[in-house]
Design a protein around this ligand. Structure first.
Ligand code: ADP
Ligand code: ZN
Length: 708
């Protein structure tokens, strides 16, 4: 008998199950009802796909979004698995054809939208199916859509209640990534699950790195620098449509392929942009929250939030679109204290007082996430009722604990200013007085006469704000709950004022996202091969009109680049590679690897560490001055690195640095004069041509000459 493990390898190419999968699959094989609660990227699909293949008959999968359904079916088909879907995008004849195939027992997995499943006409078809081919089970994906308590209720899902009455003996498996227990209970009741086996996993997404950075004034530059240093595809979430447009177009101008996405664009444009992103034709989506639901792109490598999210749950969902394939990915939140006021404005628009109250509470939690000096996961997971011990080793606070400074004196200035203005004002006014502002309001109240007037000029408004917030957060100061946010002293405040208590502030570290040091030659070789394999994957995907990840996931390509299989047999052994894929794509990949290795052997010399760092930044699209600044070197040093890299056979495109007209003239001069020292070429070319330009073109020319 074939073991489950063997089937896993045969159909999906994986060597081992993830936590929980095996038990769930075993229970499904025993016809149990199941409720599976697993975070995004946990591997839910496999829990119904594998039993569907092993059981007799056809399994019915209900999925809310047509695009998701199509993606999943396409990925299965590309693995040689007989899956199909029926929805409104399929024409009448095609539906007839597919139904015939299903009744002929040719299909193992049938994907449907809920409205079709419960339609009277289709129910007849199902009855026939159940009594002939047999239906092995119903899998209800995104099952939280059935609950009004969830964030994504869908009326059509409600009707799935009929299934149990119409097909009492067919097991049901419900799957969701929702976190709240109320919704979980509701799913069981609505679907009428019979003593279901419940599998609830931690919501911790251990492959995601979380970081909060203070959003700087020049925030475009900040976003640009971030993306430049990150790898792969990513999403930048923004609050407003306008910001998405502005950011996307500036990024595009600066050489990062990016598109905007928001509800103001037509359906057609949106789906076009979305497709470009999934197919890796565009690297970055700059989007409002309208983007993401139902987008099946497992290899999103980073999600940046340009503005503060509304609550922890939405932050978790949105940032969670990164790294669904389980590979490392980064979630970075840019936080500026002023965001809070923007959100206040929106909360005040809500008419219902109760809703307002909930919104304020949720905001508190997000602020806690943004401001905490402890492990970010503690705040995040506590929101879902999980106790996390901290020290995750994968968030900014755990990786570089912040410097703690003593700000007792500053706190005393701040608090005494509150006392002297009689605890009647909010943070802005207190700071205005401390900074010695000449505003009307300050004069009107005579606050320019106070002893605290102007004693805080040594610190910026932001620093005072940060201190004020920290005092509130640490419970050393109160703030009224109404919209005036008046600051009031409490017992702790007075202790600080009497020097009985110290105030420690964690100083925000802005030098995060360091570049990786110490490249060694093997890592470089793997990286170069990986780039080649990615190019090949994209080419093949375009030919077939599918998304690149469908062919092989990022992690599989990485293993391939590391292991460098040179025949089909060793390729087939790698995780993520099935027999079917070996037959379909194996030769292309083997050929590429063998070719690369032969070519590699010709280039004996490899770049040094320092050349390598320059190369890395160059590959990330930085200009020469940017590289120089980043590395703290003179521009001329970077030029030298680049010429050396050209000599070392690295692909450096000098057209990025030298205008083509100038390049032509320099080339012509070199050809005419023969190989001459730089100085002589420079004299000949004159002031319009810099040493740097001549140097680059010369190196490039020599390289070309040697190759021919
Ligand atoms: P979910 O539906 O829970 O968000 P998916 O089912 O899409 O997650 O799985 C997430 C990723 O994990 C996919 O790329 C999938 O191929 C991969 N995966 C699932 N199970 C395994 C496994 N046992 N070994 C390796 N990768 C797996
Ligand atoms: Zn942590």
């Amino acid at each position: 008998m074939v073991s489950l493990q063997q089937s896993l390898k045969q159909y999906f190419g994986y060597d081992s199950f993830r936590d929980g999968q095996e038990e769930i699959i075993n229970q499904a094989l025993l016809d149990r009802d199941l409720l599976v609660i697993m975070p995004t990227g946990g591997g839910k699909s496999l829990c119904f796909q594998l039993p569907a293949l092993l059981k007799k008959g056809v399994s019915i999968v209900v999925s809310p979004l047509i695009s998701l359904m199509q993606d999943q079916v396409m990925a299965l088909q590309d693995n040689g698995i007989n899956a199909t879907f029926l929805n409104s995008t399929v024409n009448f004849n095609e539906i007839r054809q597919r139904e015939e195939d299903i009744l002929a027992g040719k299909i193992k997995l049938l994907y449907l939208a809920p409205e079709r499943l419960v339609s009277e006409k289709f129910q007849q078809f199902l009855q026939i199916l159940a009594s002939t081919v047999t239906i092995s089970f119903f899998a209800i994906d995104e099952a939280h859509c059935i609950s009004e308590w969830g964030h994504d209720f869908r009326q059509e899902y409600r009707q799935l209640r009929q299934l149990r009455f119409r097909f009492p003996h067919i097991p049901i498996m419900a799957l969701t990534a929702t976190a709240t227990t109320r919704v979980q209970k509701d799913i069981i009741t609505q679907l009428n699950l019979k003593t279901p086996a419940i599998h609830r996993f931690s919501f911790n997404r251990s492959n995601l790195y979380y970081e909060v950075q203070p959003r700087q004034k020049r925030n475009y530059q900040q976003v640009f620098n971030l993306i430049n240093r990150l790898e792969g595809s990513g999403i930048v979430y923004c609050f407003s449509r306008k910001t998405t447009e502005d950011l996307a177009s500036r990024l595009h101008q600066d050489g990062i392929s990016a598109l905007p996405y928001h509800a103001g664009l037509s359906d057609e444009v949106r789906s076009k942009y979305q497709n470009s992103f999934i197919r890796d034709d565009v690297r970055v989506m700059v989007a409002t929250l309208a983007f993401g639901m139902g987008i099946n792109k497992p290899d999103v490598r980073f999600v940046i939030h340009h503005d503060l999210p509304r609550n922890i749950e939405s932050y978790y969902q949105e940032s969670g679109r990164a790294g669904r394939d389980g590979d490392p990915a980064k979630c970075i939140l840019l936080y500026n204290p002023s965001d809070e006021y923007k959100i206040h404005y929106f909360i005040k628009q809500k008419e219902n007082i109760q809703e307002q109250k909930i919104a304020y509470q949720q905001l508190e939690k997000v602020l806690e996430y943004a401001q905490t000096n402890y492990c970010r996961r503690i705040v995040q997971l506590s929101y879902f009722g999980e106790r996390f011990k901290g020290d995750c080793d994968c968030c900014d606070n755990c990786l570089n604990p912040k410097d703690i400074e003593d700000w007792t004196i500053e706190a005393q200035k701040f608090l005494s200013c509150i006392a002297r203005t009689q605890e009647k004002f909010g943070i802005k006014h207190i700071i205005a007085v401390l900074k010695g502002s000449k505003s009307d309001k300050v004069y009107k109240y005579g606050h320019h006469l106070l002893s605290t007037y102007g004693i805080g000029k040594d610190k910026t408004v932001q620093e005072w704000e940060y201190l004020g917030k920290s005092l509130i957060y640490q419970g050393f100061l109160n703030q009224s709950n109404d919209s005036y946010k008046i600051l009031k002293l409490n017992k702790e405040s007075w202790e600080i004022l009497k020097s009985k208590k110290q105030v420690k502030i964690a100083v925000v570290n802005t030098n995060s996202s360091k570049i990786i040091d110490n490249y060694h030659p093997k890592a470089l070789e793997v990286e170069l091969l990986l780039q080649r394999l990615k190019k090949l994957r994209k080419k093949l995907a375009d030919q077939e009109n599918i998304a690149p990840y469908v062919i092989f996931g990022d992690s599989t390509l990485k293993i391939m680049a590391q292991m460098q299989p040179q025949n089909l047999k060793s390729l087939a052994k790698l995780s993520g590679v099935t027999e079917y894929k070996v037959n379909k794509y194996g030769n292309y990949f083997i050929e590429e690897i063998v070719y690369f290795l032969n070519e590699e052997n010709l280039t004996v010399a490899l770049p040094s560490n320092t050349q390598m760092k320059t190369l890395q930044l160059y590959q990330q699209g930085l200009t020469i001055p940017q590289i120089a600044k980043e590395r703290n070197f003179a521009v001329s040093t970077i030029i030298t690195h680049l010429t050396e890299l050209i000599e070392l056979n690295q692909s450096i495109d000098i057209d990025k640095f030298v205008l083509s007209k100038k390049k032509e003239v320099i080339l012509k001069t070199i050809k005419e004069m023969g190989e001459q020292p730089l100085k002589i070429l420079k004299e000949k070319l004159g002031d319009n041509y810099s040493y740097d330009e001549i140097k680059l073109v010369k190196a490039w020319y020599q390289k070309m000459n040697n190759q021919n």
